[in-house]
Ligand binder design. Sequence first.
Ligand code: F6P
Length: 529
Amino acid sequence: MLPKIDPTTTKSWAKLSEYANQKISIKELVDNPSRLDKFTFTFNDFYFDFSKNEVSESTMSELITLARECNLTDAIQAMFDGKKINETEGRSVHHVALREKSKPEVVKELEKVRLFTQKLHNGEWKGFSDKPITDVVNIGIGGSDLGPKMVSYALRPYWKRITPHFISNVDAAQMVETLENLNPETTLFIIASKTFTTQETITNALSAKSWFIENGGSSDSISKHFVAVSTNESAVNEFGIDSQNMFEFWDWVGGRYSLWSVIGLSIACTVGYDHFEELLKGAHEMDLHFKNTELDENLPVISALLGIWYNNFRGYDSMAILPYDHRLRYLPSYLQQVDMESNGKYINRSGKKVIYQTGPIIWGEPGTNGQHAFYQLIHQGTKIIPCEFIGIAKPAHAHTDHHEKLLANFFAQAEALLTGKSKDQVIDEVGKDASDILVNSKIFEGNRPSTSILIKELTPKNLGSLIAYYEHRVFVQGVIWNIFSFDQWGVELGKQLSKPILKEIKEGKEGNHDSSTNTIMKTYLDMRK
Ligand code: F6P
């Protein structure tokens, strides 16, 4: 059980509220030579630079006190002990055990993954016409899609002979587009669903099965082309997949924390089991850091506390994830689920409505693309957006010039946000006869916060550590906000309401809803005639 402490009742919350309106010059803070000693950290191949954040040392230490007053250390221990901290679902939260491989059932399933991927890669696992598998299609959504997809593309240089594909949306356009270039003889489908009841996944899986049969496959050869990853054996069997072709995980693995389980099968198929293990190892090393390091040197804790400072005291309610690496292009959408599905909640651990902000809006795009899209607002907009830049020192390609330009942009953007451009600098550039309109439009106030993470190489191990860093950041924030980070009741209502609406659509009638919903349904029914 997690403590139920309303953070606003702590002494540190009151202190931080006093600090909240302080004017802070990040530039002045950074000009102090000791700033870097206190706000930069190394961890294996990582360099974390928190120095460009809008936080003074005294505020940071008050934030650490807040974490202590909210019993963070006990909460961390409870998670690592596998306690039932997902109270509203009556479940433990133990994804860290997947990385530690301390449970026999985990080791057993991993061994199954190892043998399966081995057979796939050495061509022993064959399709119905005796050809080896060349393409793997993961059919899943949310946690059963975003993590495997993000990791598979992040590890593109490690791909073996299997090409991965991901189908998630119930919109058949995605499925059609994916399947049109695939050969059923050499395609393997992984149906990935914790519950095996998710509408999108089951609809897509049934259509994939029909596609397979209509294009030369047969019911008898399904076992060579369909495997399942789930916690629900009976639903898997009912779908027509034998338990032998099922990879199992457990209810103590949350959907958005499941890429480390057999939900990561598509990752192992793509990059090989040895690299999947490295991913787990990297996450485990971050777990050990998180569990064993003092709060004031603990990377996920520092990052989480900065987020709380911005969200609850400075009024900055979003966070941009800006990876300067094409391979990490799916990281922002992956983190959207991890963060927003975990902490987008207004009911606290005592069942009462909170009176403070919880989960921020997470968004982002890779650099440099974002620079030509939304960075205008980040630099000169009326909102302050704390940014998290991520760069990789050694690329996996030989185009040094590209890479140097990429990283130059990363460093320049973080610098520009910090320093801005003064009126004098602008006048020097445009001349003193320039209009005020032009001069003022070209001034950058600067003083906009960012964190920079520089990683030596994007190896499976380093990627594992990076993901675990974000997972633990979310955990820390949930503990302090006194909310349950591991349920997701907020996704249920829409699912529920879609059922009668679907029935009405199929029957061609608009139903009995509010006037707006009735009218759009009627318009749809008319339009599609
Ligand atoms: O609807 C939200 C959700 O339950 C997520 O939490 C989960 O990751 C996703 O749906 C998919 O669920 P499943 O793996 O059970 O198909």
